[in-house]
Write a protein that binds this ligand. Structure first.
Ligand SMILES: O=C(O)CCC(=O)N[C@@H](CCC(=O)O)C(=O)O
Ligand SMILES: [Zn+2]
Length: 346
């Protein structure tokens, strides 16, 4: 059957003519790849007879924040390459283009930060069923259905691709969600390093982010991956994303892409403080253009609000994702301190 996505322009049609994908559809490419479109921005591929044994189950998500465009462009290109058969897959892969309305207005979100709505947070609180909550539910369901489509023993992966709001001393970095009783994976650190991501933040608490959802609910190897800085569509220097593009391509198209890394090549931090905003007068005590990973002296004040100040507990404690302009109750700042990973899993 002819494939109904001309020139592989799945993202373009998802944004401009979402009604084309208002009911689920399936079709096959001439190379045997089976395509399933569940909704605008949600498309999965199964290489069928061409699949490696064992197959991996890989999720690439992007645009959970609508203005983080470089990962959207990378995923758009990969989907086009698969649909036009210039890329042959060896593994099952699901692409999720998260927040289409926010992409259209070039903003992080429309009503609510979608990356605080997973693991059931979309259904908490009264009477709020906005588009971002519905989409978070739909994205969770897409992941459930996708992982259910292969044996439980097929390893699961989810890379939730972002770019950061501000400049960063370490341009590319990843958040490794809290693993509870599971061990960190050396192979995953090597894959991230191949993407150019050599700074890793080990989270030490449950969150309502997308990557934590896949990690905790589905035991996936899952990460929030920050590939650079937020820029409008068309204004990214894509040469800065070339390593990531190549590694993401190789993972889905090679039987067993298994890069290696020496742990001492990595900068590993653990999250020390998760500072939430509780009052409207919350303010940061450093300049707006202070880059991520700027470190502070012990006792220096990071932020304050009515009744509280937040300060460095360690010499060299560094800031990540500072943002005073978040909703009450949400994270306004992470602080991190260097650590080591003594005994990672394979
Ligand atoms: O640069 C910023 O302030 C935000 C960039 C971003 O969207 N980061 C993610 C991190 C999610 C995580 O902690 O795993 C977010 O804030 O949602
Ligand atoms: Zn983001």
């Amino acid at each position: 059957m002819n494939q109904p996505v001309e020139n592989g322009e799945f993202l373009k049609f998802s944004r401009q003519q979402p009604e084309r994908f208002s009911s689920p559809s399936q079709f096959s490419l001439s190379n045997g790849t089976q395509v399933t479109i569940t909704a605008p921005g949600i498309i999965s591929f199964d290489p069928g007879q061409q699949a490696a044994q064992p197959t991996k189950q890989i999720v690439y998500s992007c645009g959970v924040h609508g203005n983080e465009t470089a990962p959207i462009e990378i995923c758009d290109d990969l989907v086009k390459d698969i649909l036009t058969e210039s890329l042959q897959l060896r593994h099952r892969v699901l692409f999720l283009f998260g927040n289409l309305p926010a992409m259209d207005i070039g903003e992080r979100f429309v009503e609510e930060n979608m990356n605080r709505l997973f693991s059931g947070a979309h259904s908490e609180g009264e009477g709020c069923n906005n588009a971002e909550r519905k989409r978070a539910r739909q994205l969770e369901q897409a992941i459930c259905d996708f992982y259910a489509g292969a044996s439980d023993s097929a390893p699961r992966f989810h890379y939730d691709l972002h770019t950061a709001i501000r400049a960063s001393k370490n341009e590319k970095f990843a958040v490794y969600p809290y693993l509870h009783d599971r061990r960190h994976s050396r192979g995953q650190l090597a894959f991230l390093a191949a993407c150019g991501v050599k700074t890793i933040l080990l989270s030490e608490s449950a969150t309502t982010t997308f990557s934590y959802y896949s990690s905790h609910q589905h035991q996936a190897h899952a990460f929030t991956v920050e590939l650079g800085k937020v820029r409008p569509f068309g204004e990214n220097d894509m040469s800065r994303f070339e390593d990531a593009r190549q590694a993401l391509t190789r993972l889905i198209s090679e039987d067993d892409y298994a890069p290696t890394v020496a742990l001492d090549e990595l900068d590993i931090y653990r999250v020390n403080q998760v500072i939430n905003k509780h009052h409207e007068d919350f303010k940061l005590h450093f300049e707006d253009d202070t880059p991520n990973f700027t470190d502070f002296e012990k006792g220096e004040v990071f932020a304050s609000e009515s009744g509280r100040t937040y300060q460095a507990e360690y010499a060299g404690e560094a800031i990540v994702f500072p943002n005073a302009n978040v909703a009450l109750g949400q994270r306004a700042l992470l602080t991190v301190v260097p650590t080591t990973l003594d005994n990672p899993d394979v």
